[in-house]
Design a protein around this ligand. Structure first.
Ligand SMILES: [Zn+2]
Ligand SMILES: [Zn+2]
Length: 159
């Protein structure tokens, strides 16, 4: 019998492959938006289409965040909105693979195994606001250190 991955492992594995296209050297994020076990869209963090990337001209860091790259979460959600209704997106799950590439990012953005599962921790406020606005049902995120967190019923935190 073939050892089949669970649905979560399957989509997290795809998210990791998606993250390999990221173009910001500070972190790689790959997102897969899923409805009824089907992929609606994918997205990774990178410069807007047609623009030079962080790899070409360096990061543009403001307030400890690179603002050149559009985040994977945002890319996945906005692309899906071209083809699917807000009502459909409401039932979707966002799978994400997030790998930080500096000690500072690891320290700031990786949760510990026993941290409370709240989106207060989730990397970025604008993406959180977008997910909250679109009522994305849940976010399942695997971090580069292997930890997997499920975020549900989230709210906008301070971070
Ligand atoms: Zn960057
Ligand atoms: Zn973000």
């Amino acid at each position: 019998m073939v050892n089949r991955p669970s649905w979560d492992d399957y989509f997290l594995g795809i998210a990791k492959v998606v993250s390999s296209r990221a173009s910001c050297p500070r972190a790689s994020s790959g997102c897969v938006l899923v409805l009824d076990k089907r992929i609606l869209s994918t997205g990774y963090n990178g410069a807007p289409v047609g623009e030079k990337t962080c790899l070409d001209i360096g990061c543009n860091v403001k307030d400890r965040h690179c603002v050149r790259a559009v985040h994977g979460e945002r890319n996945a959600i906005l692309w899906a909105e071209k083809y699917f209704s807000v009502k459909q997106l409401k039932e979707a799950t966002l799978y994400e693979y997030y790998a930080a590439h500096s000690d500072e990012s690891v320290k700031n953005y990786y949760p510990s195994q026993d941290s409370v599962e709240s989106l207060d921790f989730f990397p970025c406020k604008p993406c959180k606001e977008l997910m909250l606005d679109r009522k994305i049902k849940e976010v399942i995120c695997q971090y580069g250190n292997g930890i997997i967190k499920v975020y549900k019923n989230y709210h906008i935190g301070e971070k």
